[in-house]
Design a protein around this ligand. Structure first.
Ligand code: C2E
Ligand code: MG
Ligand code: MG
Length: 737
């Protein structure tokens, strides 16, 4: 049938194609091996021999899969690979094999059966790609991420990366430099370079002629510097480096998402050479990892600053004061010196705000803060407690404290001049003394505040010492506490539920259960008010137990009636974690309603771990082991300790809603939110944004990859029925469109 010139030309074409195929197969770096239907090997290409060291003769004697398997080969995968071809089975997977010399080698294998025109099985073709290097990079990446999660200090982490890289590429020595805020090079790690290099580079401003790293950071692209012994850009260290055996350097900048250069990653070579493709692969991986580590380190510093300092006045906040003095008090428990706590409250700041506007109020507050700091100078600590209240802790006895109180009141009475007005400030001061009025910082803070309220009630512009009788005046607390006790006993508390929405899929992610209390006379009392009271009067455990039982019952009820609520979050006070029966209580509630541990999320605040007592640690671990999910609530407002995050088995992070108001125009809030999202994601946690109230906030968060939102933009907290209505409506998809 195939006679004549046409058939001849087809035949020539075929021969040509075959010649091409042969050429390709002998040149490719993929190992190719072909065997017939009886599994006798009939062909191996040059790459196969180069990769494994075996020739066609070797593999004709012993079945190839037997030759290639070794002590590290996965037996199941190997079995599948060696039987592929039979019954049309193919095999696509990564395998660890061994060369003739016994070296392990990772391959990506494709083994395919071949059939002739009549559908008869004739051959098996195996194609193997060496992916050893890719696997080694994966291992490096995993180890670095693990170290990041453990909060290993930056320089230590960078040294670790350098030594791992030097093991992967024995022909290079590497260095990591950071670029500081002023554009200067700061050595982070260079474990195998002589010390004079780091010393010589430290503090150099980046620029086009500053070695390879200065130039790479400056030009934002990688730079290869050769002949560094004589290269003018290496003035200072070049000659000595060359004498130490280094002649070329290749530096790559780490460019962050905001376009800033965080640092450089450099390879030093003995030969005067360019980097190889393998070097480039390593650097691609490392630049990313190092950049992430530097970015996280900066975020940590920023969060700490935010957590401990008040942005308006530049003074430390309550958390910082507690930390500092708490440490000091516990270090020398039997101190001879006495400390006075003075709570200073500005009397009419609200009037000033109303009359002259908030910017004037802010300016005066900052100026007042400065006067307090000047008054205290190095003799003690000043912190901004809240809005217009400050606390001063200063070494003084009763008489000294009295002198300070008068001095402060006097200092604030000197008019403040701002925006063309001169205003004196009247203030009230409450004083509590250590040790007689309290042994710990929290108690002393509470007592000086109580005394301040007394002073203010007596006469503006006066001071008062704390007196235990004043505590009786905390009557409201007492009254509320009693009423709350009754409310719990009569089952008058209720839960409302606020949906959390994954705005990417438009689906509901979960609901947060929030406690509500309506008092017959006082009306609605906010949990922000009654939860602290419950903690003080010992009712918090009862509330916690009630919340868990009610939430479980509600979730089971919804599911039974076809409302698919994926999970319910319950807020648990740190106090509850001291209770050894806590986990059993949760287990029993889940059990009673046929729920799985992962159906419930426990929201904790950082306060939980402030006292890492064995009972607390045990409860947290036990919960996680049970499979109950833990969420870190209000993240960014407390200590925001990253090491705490990495140490706790937390699966979810909730960004505090205080950041949301400012997210649209405040660069610090944006930076913190960006950092928190990044950290959460890199630790594999779900990041939930709280308090999302408008579309601009939704967009900002979504662009960061934070898609689980909770807030009025989606829904307010709802009672059971309203939530069911909300779930049946189009609310979720409409709002996230
Ligand atoms: P949280 O756990 O951070 O709860 C979120 C709070 O933010 C809720 O206030 C919620 O109503 C409010 N919120 C939600 N979306 C928005 C928004 O878009 N804008 C604004 N401005 N606010 C929003 P809520 O219900 O008053 O609760 C206050 C705090 O009381 C809670 O803060 C939680 O710490 C505590 N709490 C509530 N229920 C319980 C409970 O059962 N047990 C314990 N231990 N604490 C509870
Ligand atoms: Mg919460
Ligand atoms: Mg919260």
């Amino acid at each position: 049938m195939h006679n004549g010139p046409q058939a001849q030309s087809r035949h020539d074409n075929r021969a040509e194609t075959l010649a091409y195929i042969e050429m390709v197969i002998s040149l490719t770096d993929r190992a190719v091996i072909v065997s017939d239907a009886e599994r006798n090997v009939c062909y191996v290409n040059a790459a196969f021999t180069a990769m494994f060291g075996y020739t066609l003769d070797d593999v004709s004697m012993i079945p190839p899969w037997e030759l290639l398997a070794g002590p590290l080969t996965d037996a199941k995968l190997h079995e599948r690979a060696s039987h592929s071809g039979r019954d049309g089975a193919f095999f696509h997977d990564d395998l660890l094999l061994h060369t003739k010399g016994g070296d392990p080698i990772w391959v990506s294998a494709r083994v395919e059966p071949v059939f002739d025109a009549a559908g008869k099985f004739t051959h098996v073709v195996g194609m193997l790609t060496d992916i050893t290097n890719a696997k080694r990079l994966q291992v490096l990446q995993r180890e670095v991420l693990e170290a990041l999660a453990r909060d290993v200090p930056l320089a230590e982490l960078m040294t670790f990366i350098c030594s791992q890289v030097e093991a992967l590429a024995p022909d290079v020595v590497c260095s990591v430099l950071a670029v500081d805020g002023e554009g200067r090079l700061r050595p982070l790690a260079a474990p195998s370079l002589p010390a004079f290099v780091s010393d010589g580079v430290d503090g150099l401003a980046i620029g086009p002629d500053v070695g390879a790293c200065g130039a790479a950071a400056f030009g934002k692209k990688d730079v290869v510097s050769r002949n560094i012994g004589t290269n003018p850009a290496w003035a200072g260290v070049g000659e000595r480096l060359s004498k130490s055996g280094f002649n070329a350097c290749w530096s790559t900048p780490m460019i962050m998402r905001d376009g800033k250069v965080a640092g450089t990653f450099a390879f030093y070579f003995a030969q005067d050479r360019d980097p190889s493709p393998w070097h480039r692969q390593i650097v691609d991986t490392c630049v990313h990892l190092c950049g992430m580590a530097i970015e996280r380190d900066e975020a940590k510093t920023r969060i700490n600053r935010l957590a401990y300092f008040d942005a308006l006045t530049g003074l430390q906040n309550r958390a910082s004061l507690r930390r500092k003095l708490g440490d000091r008090f516990s270090r020398d428990a039997r101190r001879q010196t006495r400390t006075a706590f003075l709570c200073v409250d500005i009397d009419r700041l609200k009037d000033i705000n109303d009359a002259f506007g908030a910017p004037v109020g802010d300016a005066i507050l900052s100026a007042a803060a400065k006067r307090l700091a000047d008054h205290v100078s190095y003799r003690g600590e000043v912190c901004r407690l809240n809005g217009d209240a400050f606390v001063i802790a200063i070494d003084a006895d009763r008489e000294g404290a009295e002198r300070h109180a008068r001095g402060i009141i006097e200092a604030l009475l000197q008019p403040f001049e701002t925006s063309g007005v001169a205003l004196p400030l009247s203030s009230s001061v409450g004083i509590a003394l250590y040790p007689e009025d309290g042994q710990d910082v929290d108690g002393l803070l509470r007592h000086c505040e109580t005394a301040m309220f007394e002073a203010k009630a007596k006469a503006r512009g006066s001071y008062k010492f704390f007196d235990p009788a004043m505590q009786v005046l905390n009557k409201t607390r007492l009254v509320l506490g009693t009423a709350l006790r009754e409310a719990i006993a009569c089952d008058e508390l209720e839960l409302v539920y606020q949906p959390q929405v994954d705005c990417q899929s438009g689906r509901i992610y979960g609901v947060e259960a929030l406690a509500r209390w309506t008092h017959p006379e006082l009306g609605v009392v906010s949990p922000a008010r009654f939860i602290p009271i419950a903690e003080q009067v010992g009712l918090i455990e009862a509330i916690g137990g009630w919340a868990i039982r009610s939430a479980c019952a509600q979730l089971a009820d919804w599911r039974a009636r076809g409302f698919m609520v994926p999970a319910i979050s319950v807020n648990i006070s740190p106090h509850q974690f001291r209770n050894t029966g806590f986990c059993a209580l949760i287990a029993a509630s889940l059990d009673a309603h046929g729920l799985a541990p992962s159906d419930i999320t426990i929201e904790i605040t950082e306060g939980v771990m402030l006292e890492e007592t064995p009972a607390v640690v045990e409860n947290v671990r036990k919960l996680a082991k049970m499979g109950v999910r833990l969420s870190m609530d209000d993240f960014g407002t407390g200590h925001s300790s990253l090491s705490l995050l990495a140490r706790l088995p937390v699966t979810e992070l909730k960004i505090d809603r205080s950041f949301m108001d400012r997210i649209e125009d405040d660069a610090t809030a944006q930076a913190v939110v960006t950092a928190v999202v990044c950290i959460g994601q890199s630790l594999g946690m779900t990041v939930v944004a709280e308090g999302v109230e408008n579309d601009a906030q939704r967009r900002f968060l979504t662009a960061l990859g934070c898609t689980v939102h909770q807030g009025y933009h989606y829904s307010r907290p709802l009672d059971r029925e309203s939530l069911e209505g909300w779930m049946s409506g189009p609310a979720v998809s409409r709002r996230s469109a």
